[in-house]
Design a protein around this ligand. Structure first.
Ligand code: SF4
Length: 371
């Protein structure tokens, strides 16, 4: 089937799909019917949408298509974690990971091909940035995983949570991420509760304010250090948005959501940020807003200069937080036998050098717009 000149319906949320159907001269309820076929029954062929008339099916086949990303490779881990390498245009590929647990199933979704933020402990960063993913390529990751897992929204939920924590900084692909998260939370889409969709950011403070106007989702922040000097070394974006500014934006975000808290991710690296003094500094920061800390033992990857903190250092760090009344959990490492653990996603990023410079410029401009 040729898709040339046709519109990918995965690029739309409910409102966008209704507008597209209006342009075709069709009623909104027809868009809703198609949305259910796509996300509840995971059908990508109009011919199978049997409650649509033949004429409408033919019209749709002429104008549009349902185009999830191609699966280039997939692999299951011994612990049930499953990873997909999904092909994008120009030889690029991104990774999506499913992590099953006894009471939930979490899908970790990518937002960009590569990432330009250059966090020093991140495997994705070593590949540079190529481009933003389209909304279809973001929600398409959920679609591919849902189809593989036999997920049925409202009935047989295999995917109960989605975290925008894969490759890329989601707030730098704002519109497409917001559209995709809308489909994740729509009853006609994947029907997830707002709090079960989490956006994780490296800390673009002005964009956090913008997000609070556009989507009611859970927020996670990649903190990784308790003071500006160390954080700027590990997360270079901190130079532009230091911790004070970042936490102020987080406090504004959470103030609009009673009962919500912000999750702060803190990757523990041996001798770098895992000392008792770091834990005590972190306690002071966490007292400023409703929060919890997710401690992540560093997952080594080829070429990194960092090492995982020893178990006793992790336990001591967590104890200082807990003893001070800060909710802190240690993330169990999953899928490291298939390089699917946190910070290990790499995908395949081509043509990154030219775009890297453009991207850095856009960060400055984009952030300025949002301010
Ligand atoms: S940790 Fe996240 S924001 Fe930082 S480089 Fe990696 S993917 Fe980008």
């Amino acid at each position: 089937m040729s898709t040339a000149g046709k519109t990918n319906l995965l690029d739309f949320d409910r409102r966008g799909l209704r507008e597209f159907f209006a342009q075709l001269g069709e009623k909104p309820y027809r868009a809703d019917q198609v949305m259910k076929w796509i996300y509840h029954r995971l059908v990508d062929d109009f011919a199978q949408m049997t409650d649509l008339g033949k004429a409408l099916r033919a019209k749709l086949a002429d104008a549009c298509y349902v185009g999830p990303p191609r699966t280039l490779f997939e692999k299951g881990s011994a612990d049930g974690t499953h990873k997909w390498l999904l092909g994008m245009d120009g030889g690029n590929a991104i990774e999506t990971v499913y992590i099953p647990e006894p009471t939930r199933g979490t899908l970790c979704v990518s937002s960009q091909v590569g990432c330009g933020l250059n966090c020093q402990f991140c495997s994705t960063a070593t590949q540079g940035f190529n481009r933003n993913l389209a909304a279809a390529e973001i929600i398409g990751q959920v679609w591919v995983a849902a189809k593989h897992l036999g997920n049925v929204p409202h009935q047989q939920r295999r995917i109960t949570n989605v975290v925008m924590m894969g490759m890329g900084e989601p707030l730098l692909n704002f519109d497409n991420v917001v559209t995709a998260m809308s489909v994740m939370r729509d009853d006609l889409g994947f029907g997830l509760a707002n709090k079960r969709v989490t956006l994780s950011t490296a800390g673009l403070a002005p964009m956090i304010d913008k997000l609070s106007e556009a989507a009611d989702v859970s927020l996670a922040v990649s903190l990784h250090a308790p003071n500006d000097e160390l954080r700027t070394q590990l997360v270079p974006l901190n130079k532009r948005y230091p911790i004070d500014e970042l936490l102020a934006a987080c406090a504004r975000y959470v103030s609009k959501r009673p009962r919500a808290s912000i999750t702060f991710e803190y990757t523990l690296m041996k001798g770098v940020n895992d000392q008792p003094e770091h834990a005590r500094q972190l306690v002071k920061l966490m007292r400023r807003l409703p929060s919890k800390v997710n401690l992540i033992p560093f997952n080594p990857f080829a070429g990194t200069r960092f090492e995982r903190s020893p178990p006793e250092a992790i336990a001591a760090f967590q104890k200082i937080l807990l003893d001070s009344g800060v909710l802190a959990t240690v993330r169990r490492t999953r899928g490291d036998d298939i390089d699917a653990a946190c910070g290990q996603l790499k995908g395949q990023v081509l043509d990154r050098t030219r775009r890297q410079a453009e991207f850095r410029k856009r960060i400055e401009e984009g952030a300025a717009h949002a301010a």
